[in-house]
Design a protein. Sequence first.
Length: 339
Amino acid sequence: MRIVSGIQPTGNLHLGNYLGAIRTWVSMQDDATATGGECLYFLADLHAISMPHVPAELAANTREMVAALVACGIDPERSILFNQAQVPQHAELQWLLNGTARMGWLNRMTQWKDKAGKNREGASVALFTYPVLQAADVLLYQATHVPVGEDQKQHLELGRDIAQKFNNDFASPEAPVFTLPQPFIPPEAARIMSLRDGTAKMSKSDPSDMSRINMTDSADAIMQKIKKAKTDPEPLPSEAAGLEGRPEAKNLVSIYAVMANVTVAAVLSEFGGEGFGKFKPALGELLVEKLAPINRRFTELRQDRAALDAILSKGAEKARALAIPTLEKTYAALGLMRG
Ligand code: TYM
């Protein structure tokens, strides 16, 4: 197994990232260690420049995100942890794949449509070609599995389409250049929703900080955000079917279930019939208890800038070594002379 995934170092790591992706990264790391597989996890800093950004903040956020990932359980001795900018093979492969990706495919991407909005003419070219870089990120390493939240599924399917077309156009069926990667989306936490609107995903780009739990939030902030989370006036149902049509209630119950590592049915058998006045403090306390050790480790790690930089440069060195053979195969398949 070759596991590859990335996260943009913009803003804080939030509960949606953690439950949708990072938790799976950690468990896949543990499985891979046991079975001789390999995990590559990276900070998608090249993706971050597709939107307006402040350079000094990007650099600071990149370091902070390394500290946050290590605090969550990513072990740089067992996983290759790096940032794209130190592995130029990502950008090189993207260019090579630009010849295979189709305008029509990119035009259909919902993230492109959402982020460009009505102002397509003013959006960056990087925002449009963003999914091609994402395809390069995984194809470069012959990834077999890509753990992500539901919102990245469409990008990964596009990556598979690019790989398939490239293999068809430039390789023989016996010797394909790229492995077709499988998305891995945890069903119980595929889409964690905003605390202010159960129909919008929890996101770092939401202007309201009350909409998300950041992994770095204090206990007081967590309790406050859960207390203020939007809900409806009904008590909790006793069965999962009763959560349909109640997106905020469904989201809070799902978060409880995943954090406590129990089923939704088990949560409802405990809290069914109770109002949010009882459920919310229990959820807040559970979150505080589970996130406190991560928070403590993060606070320690983020102070050692040199150690964080060393993790990234060591990770990048290993990533480059793994990337080069596929990149060279790609150049050769396209008839590009490398001397
Ligand atoms: P990003 O930085 O937006 O998010 C990182 C990971 O967190 C997941 N996620 C969520 N999961 C459940 N509920 C939510 N509310 C939620 N919000 C975020 C995302 O699905 C993702 O897995 N384009 C990617 C980064 C990327 C990448 C890649 C991922 C770049 N290259 C190659 C996989 C493979 C992104 O912006 O994720």
